[in-house]
Write a protein that binds this ligand. Structure first.
Ligand code: GUN
Length: 307
């Protein structure tokens, strides 16, 4: 059997369209334009590329984009001052501080300074706590986007065995919470897990979020399982020529697709969903802050657009 390939790129286009039409409807009905502020410290090339595409897609969805760039040696206090201003700015509905931050800046302090109601990354402890206790929260973008892909692929997830490999605050822990809320039986595995391959073989849903290129092999996967590969690893690709590189996931895709029922590719799987999810979160933050009804159910809207 060859797995169905889950087309995250097409899904992200559908989600962005759903967000854009919901934004236009809100503008028409309530006369405001949602705004997303992105803060970048330093000039890391990968981060600069992400920030530029976030700004471009924010504007394409009909929202205002505000960019703040600080030099790599900017003091922490300067970043905290900007966050305080953005917290107080009525035109700003969402605030994202691009990670990683330079070493002299305390990341937890910075994330904790963002107003939880504008925390479109969902990294503030208040949002993590709300998610863990089943309260309405802003949910981290990559886990939220992964859940949309899973629900579109499987429908109900109730009763399924889910194994999450990776325990980061950004992906592993929040996605485990979302799977639990969707009535899965959830195992969080990590680099110290004994007999990791055997644990993975239990999974109806396998989430790979370890950041190790192609670590999860085909024979770790149960026949017919759904595999969501969150890893994005740049590795040498001598077959493409001297000094060339390519992107691979945490799953050995060529082996895995012969066993899995459905699988996300890298690139073109979870990655494209992250920015679309960020825009959906910005719209959600904008409506909640103003006491307006929640925007469309994006999972339903995407399913309709993909049908
Ligand atoms: N750097 C890489 N991914 C992310 C993300 O999802 N949010 C933020 N703020 N920084 C990142």
């Amino acid at each position: 059997m060859t797995a169905r390939i889950i087309d995250g790129k097409a899904f992200a286009v559908a989600l962005s369209k759903a967000v854009a039409s919901s934004t236009a409807a809100i503008k028409g009905a309530h006369g405001f334009t949602p705004g997303l502020a992105v803060v970048l410290v330093g000039e890391d090339p990968a981060s600069s590329v992400y920030v530029a595409s976030k700004a471009r897609e924010t504007v394409a969805a009909g929202m205002n984009s505000f960019e703040h760039k600080l030099p790599a040696d900017a003091p922490e206090s300067e970043l905290l001052d900007i966050i305080a201003r953005l917290n107080a700015d009525e035109a700003v509905d969402g605030i994202l501080v691009q990670l990683p931050l330079p070493k002299h800046i305390d990341t937890n302090k910075v994330l904790g300074a963002i107003s939880p109601d504008k925390d479109v990354d969902g990294f503030h402890v208040i949002n993590a706590g709300r998610l863990a206790t089943g309260q309405s929260s802003l949910v981290p973008c990559t886990p939220w986007g992964s859940m949309l892909l899973l629900k579109a692929t499987l429908g109900s997830l109730s009763g399924l065995e889910a194994v999450v490999v990776g325990r980061s605050n950004i992906v592993g822990k929040p996605i485990a919470q979302l799977l639990l809320a969707a009535d899965c039986t959830v195992t969080i595995a990590h680099s110290r897990t004994r007999d990791l391959a055997e644990v993975c073989r239990r999974a109806d849903i396998l989430i790979a979020a370890v950041g190790r290129p192609e670590m999860i092999r085909g024979d770790w996967i149960k026949q017919g399982a759904t595999v969501i590969d969150v890893g994005i690893n740049r590795v040498p690709a001598p077959e493409k020529g001297e000094g060339k590189t390519k992107l691979v996931g945490d799953v050995a895709f060529a082996e895995a697709k012969e066993v899995a029922g459905a699988i996300t590719p890298v690139p073109g799987g979870v990655g494209p969903m992250t920015i679309a999810s960020l825009l959906a979160n910005t719209l959600t933050a904008a409506t909640r802050r103003r006491g307006l009804p929640e925007p469309t159910d994006f999972a339903d809207a995407c399913a309709r657009l993909m049908a």
